[in-house]
Design a protein around this ligand. Structure first.
Ligand code: B12
Length: 524
């Protein structure tokens, strides 16, 4: 059978290098490849199906082109894959356009957001036939076998005789080794290695991709929905299977890989075997991981560095123990300090700290502590994002019980906590304190860790034009607090209490109105 899979994106995340061609002649895109659909494509092809992929990051395949291909190829199933609340409106636009042009197409949504909100999405998007929940590998094969009557397909939400049907959950698959290596070569795009999230920093010009070696994270941080997506479990691939994938990537010419595992730094034996395998097989690919600071594998940092681990990113969140406890991070400031120091001492080239600001109960003093703490740590890079609340997380449940969100009306909305929670600092105050904190952080870094700062600047200069570095570094000094990015304009509409109704409208309006609104945002 024939399947078309589309990775739907929020434009903020690929706008930076849109249309830029690299030495291969492919369009270059700053960001991560769509490993979700690449994983499904490999599974489909191995089972004898045909699969065509699109990534909305590619400016040469706009929605019109995707629809044209659907008309030509007449696929048996079209799957739209997207990660989060912020890409949901774009998934709706594409789905509505497909439905309008190809009325009998079989259309499915999948990904984390669709999984956690399957019933609501199906109700709100009757023009989408199926919502796929959880892992998609076996599900998509089962769905193709039962397209006319999917009542036995576990993990599927669909409609029968106008009524929404929520099939039972699929048992969490533990045998991840059974799945083939993702189909990374069919999509003609070159991904440029940059810092995750919205920091426009190019890290290398090597051929770059992502890999997933484990799924899930069992910790109960109040802002995260991964434990729900993975039923609180951590599932992993064997070291042998990871090495086999590395060997394929090496043959395909990749120079850099980032692991999209929710928590890589678990199970020392597996990490040791992965590192030894990399060294034994002469794999030269550089790699990066994310993990918790309380990880017991810190003694393995030197081995990881020897096996070409170049980046370790820690979820630090705050320099105030009070806030760490409030977020239920279950980590201490001492643990953070030890982990960052251990990683640097071991020779990990880039150690990154993810921080959040605008948490519940956080005051200016806590924010100050956070920036001071960040300055003291030998971190190479850092990001300070505003805390957001997503449906399904423990924080969402708390906000429901405090009457700050309404599960029925707000499930698809993107909220910065500070916009709805009176125990947070006010948005402009957070921005002001953040800008101030960043300024002092930069100076302290220069003063406390001058060599590290110099090395980092040299790295940036290798891959980035001077103008971009200037923009990046001068941002906190320019005092621009209200200049929203394109995506922020969209999300702002959802955040402010008084604009809440407008925001709700945004996801309910007709195609034309929604598209006009997005067009307006893009032109700003
Ligand atoms: C890597 C990553 C990113 C990358 C993006 C990578 C990319 N290609 O777009 C970056 C850093 C840019 C990013 C940005 C953001 N992210 Co992010 N990200 C992740 C992360 C860590 C891994 C995603 C991944 O690659 N998974 C691996 C692949 C194999 O899995 P998958 O895509 O889920 O696909 C599987 C199934 O879902 C299913 N499936 C998927 N699609 C389909 C379609 C069909 C038809 C079928 C049948 C099945 C199916 O099958 C696949 C194989 O099993 C996840 C955490 C997680 N574990 O999901 C967070 C996560 C998805 N991100 C999250 C968030 C909040 C964001 C941001 C909004 C952050 C921000 N405020 O800026 C942005 C939004 C980006 C966007 N465009 O939507 C949240 C989403 C929460 C929510 N409920 O909305 C998550 C869950 C993290 C968390 N802990 O809460 N992210």
């Amino acid at each position: 059978m024939r399947v078309i899979l589309v990775h739907v994106r929020d434009p903020q995340f690929y706008a930076l290098q849109q249309g830029h061609r690299g030495p291969t002649g492919n369009i270059q895109v700053m960001g991560f490849p769509p490993i979700g659909i690449m994983s499904l494509s490999a599974v489909l092809k191995r089972a004898g199906h045909e699969c065509i992929m699109f990534d909305q990051a590619n400016p040469e395949t706009p929605n019109e082109k995707i629809i044209e291909t659907i008309k030509e190829q007449k696929p048996d199933l079209i799957g739209l894959s997207f990660l989060s609340t912020t890409s949901y409106p774009y998934a709706k636009i594409l789905a509505r356009a497909i439905r309008a042009e190809v009325p009998d197409a079989k259309l499915a949504f999948g990904g984390v957001f669709a999984t956690l909100n399957a019933l609501q999405v199906k109700e709100q998007c009757p023009y989408v036939d199926f919502i796929a929940r959880g892992d998609g590998e076996q599900l998509i094969l089962d769905l193709l076998d039962n397209l006319q009557d999917p009542s036995g397909v576990q993990g599927l939400t669909w409609a029968k005789d106008g009524k929404v049907v929520h099939n039972p959950d699929r048992k969490l698959e533990r045998e991840l080794d059974q799945w083939p290596v993702p189909d990374r070569e069919s999509l003609k795009l070159d991904f440029v290695e940059s810092m995750p999230l919205d920091v426009p920093v190019v890290l290398s010009r090597e051929k770059f991709t992502t890999m997933q070696t484990s799924r899930g994270c069992p910790w109960p941080c109040i802002f995260c929905d991964i434990p729900i997506f993975n039923e609180g479990k951590w599932r992993y691939r064997s070291a042998e299977s990871v090495i086999e994938e590395f060997k394929v990537l090496q043959k395909q010419g990749y120079g850099s890989v980032y692991f999209v595992d929710d928590h890589f730094l678990l199970q020392p034996k597996r990490i040791e075997a992965i590192c030894e395998g990399i060294i034994r097989e002469g794999i030269t690919i550089k790699w990066g991981v994310e993990g918790r600071v309380d990880s017991v594998v810190q003694s393995l940092f030197p081995l990881m560095a020897k096996a070409n681990c170049r980046i370790v990113m820690f979820g630090i969140e705050s320099g105030s123990q009070k806030i760490l406890d409030r977020l239920r991070k279950q980590q201490t400031l001492e643990q953070i300090e030890t982990a960052v120091k251990n990683a640097k001492k071991a020779g990990i080239e880039i150690v990154h700290g993810f921080f959040v600001v605008g948490s519940p109960d956080e005051n200016e003093e806590d924010m100050k502590k956070t920036f001071k703490f960040a300055a003291r740590l030998p971190l190479d890079t850092f990001g300070f994002n505003r805390l957001c609340v997503y449906r399904g997380t423990p924080l969402w449940h708390e906000y429901m019980s405090r009457g700050l969100v309404n599960d029925t009306e707000d499930w698809y909305k993107y909220f910065k906590c500070s916009e709805i929670d009176p125990t947070c600092m006010k948005g402009p105050d957070i921005n002001r304190a953040r800008a101030k904190g960043l300024r002092s952080l930069f100076f302290r870094k220069l003063f406390l860790h001058p060599w590290q700062t110099f090395t980092l600047l040299r790295r940036f200069l290798r891959y980035m034009p001077m103008k971009d570095i200037y923009t990046l570094l001068s941002k906190p000094f320019r005092g621009k607090q209200s200049g929203a990015t394109r995506a922020e304009v969209l999300s702002r509409a959802v955040e402010h209490q008084d604009m809440k109704t407008n925001a709700a409208d945004l996801t309910k309006v007709s195609d034309e109105e929604l598209e006009a609104k997005l067009q307006q945002t893009a032109n700003k």
